[in-house]
Design a protein around this ligand. Structure first.
Ligand code: NVA
Length: 318
């Protein structure tokens, strides 16, 4: 049984394959207004411990477009670990649904869901990673820059962040030259850096860490940022606003990047904090292409997982 909890749960080859398939689904949808009902009679159970706009809507619409059905289970519906144990929730849901997707505070909750599920589990954001976002981002980079290998991408802001982590690991896998600039004390987790560098060695990618945004973005093709205050970090708001003050993506910072550099943000975005209005609402911003690609990339992920688990089931493996 295959699950998608971390970006590196897929190999570089699998990521390529899924991105190509997602692109095919996107083209089919744009050309004919619909996709083939690959997921007829299939259901996706969506567990949310945190709020969501893009993730919820793109998964639900994606499932509908493939002829399937998605169910939203909000924080008050199932109260994971309070009303019922994670084990009981997972063991029950997999008897009804063909895929389980969950957005959680602690990544370990996903590991526990996997332990008790007979269907694929997808990470729709945890404190550690946001792999679905990054699959959509890779698709967006491919569309705008026609390559991943050798692409120069810089992330400016919170290093110890789910998006940064998945981005660095994806960069390592796909041969991207990745730089991150964060304030001291807000670096990527050591294990993530070690894994990303290990992958980069094989792929020809690079993982560079800086404390100076200008250095990190010098000559890059893509500048990426995310909120300074992720869901769960709200109590540190005042401290973080102070720590990240010098890390806003402005037009001045964009000018250190390559002339044709684009700006990316997974959203929700806070104009005047991590990014200036002039950048996010300006001509170099591709945030809505990114948001749209959540839909296409996640369809690719779901189809791949279902195909794979069916295959493994036929081989008698869990
Ligand atoms: N790092 C952000 C991503 C939001 C999609 C958060 O965890 O809140």
């Amino acid at each position: 049984m295959r699950h998608f909890l971390k970006i590196a749960d897929f190999s570089a080859k699998e990521i390529d394959k899924i991105l190509n398939f997602s692109l095919r689904l996107k083209k089919e949808l744009k050309k004919t207004g619909k996709n083939k009902p690959i997921f007829q009679d299939k259901s996706l159970a969506m567990i949310f411990e945190k709020p969501s706009l893009r993730t919820r809507v793109s998964f639900e619409v994606g499932m509908t477009q493939l002829g399937g059905h998605a169910l939203y289970l909000g924080p008050n519906d199932i109260q994971m670990g309070k009303r019922e144990s994670i084990a009981d929730i997972s063991g029950t849901l997999c008897r009804y649904a063909n895929i389980i997707m969950a957005r959680v505070f602690k990544h370990e909750v996903l590991d526990e869901l996997v332990l008790h599920s007979t269907v694929p589990v997808i990470n729709a954001l945890s404190d550690l990673e946001h792999p679905c976002q990054i699959m959509a981002d890779l698709l967006t980079m491919l569309e705008h820059k026609q390559k991943l290998k050798g692409l120069k991408v810089a992330f400016v802001g919170d290093g110890e962040n789910n998006v940064t982590h998945s981005l660095a690991l994806a960069a390592g896998l796909m041969g991207i030259d990745f730089s991150v600039a964060n304030p001291r004390g807000y670096s990527m987790k050591k294990e993530v850096v070690a894994d990303a560098k290990k992958f980069a060695k094989k792929s020809g990618g690079k993982i560079n860490e800086y404390n100076d945004p200008q250095e990190a973005v010098s000559g890059v093709d893509v500048i990426y940022t995310d909120t300074w205050i992720s869901m769960g970090d709200e109590a540190e708001k005042a401290k973080r606003l102070k720590a990240f003050k010098e890390f806003q993506v402005t037009n001045k910072l964009m000018n250190y990047a390559s002339k044709s550099a684009v700006f990316m943000h997974d959203m929700p975005a806070y104009r005047g904090n991590e990014v200036a209005e002039e950048v996010i609402d300006g001509p170099r911003s591709i945030i809505f292409d990114q948001a749209e690609n959540r839909l296409h990339a996640q369809k690719g992920i779901m189809v791949y997982l279902i195909k794979n688990s069916t295959f493994e089931k036929s081989q008698g493996k869990k």
